[in-house]
Design a protein around this ligand. Sequence first.
Ligand code: ZN
Length: 153
Amino acid sequence: MAKAATDSPVAKEALAYCTSCKMDLAHTVVAMKGDRVAKVQCKTCKKEHAYKAPKGITEPTAEKPKAARKSKKAAAAEAAGNPIELEWEKLMNTHKANPFKSYNTKGNFTLGDKINHPTFGEGIVGRLIYPNKIEVIFRSELKVLIHGGAPTL
Ligand SMILES: [Zn+2]
């Protein structure tokens, strides 16, 4: 590309964030990288530093690390597995000696009971909800189910 010094005065000055003054200030452009400002000199403190987009403007490249961090976190959560599944595995292991009970709304279940549910599969009672509900941890989801036996009354 030809040097655009003659008829392109726009590249000479740029509003940038000064890392020393800690604010958006007019800077003299010292170096360009392609059509982007690479290095600037602060007109206020005279310091040369890498170009930083003014804080008032969100530069697309400035958003990149943030997005990357987010997706990395999501990937990490995925790698760690479904927390419910982990809990389910733990409980299944703890109560492996217990026999499975077929679930029906008239049944009477208690903490640690293993349930075979026609829709949700194998689950384990993790919580009793007074008076007639149980919270059951299935492999991929938590379900509150009705059961017939109230603990009291
Ligand atoms: Zn400055």
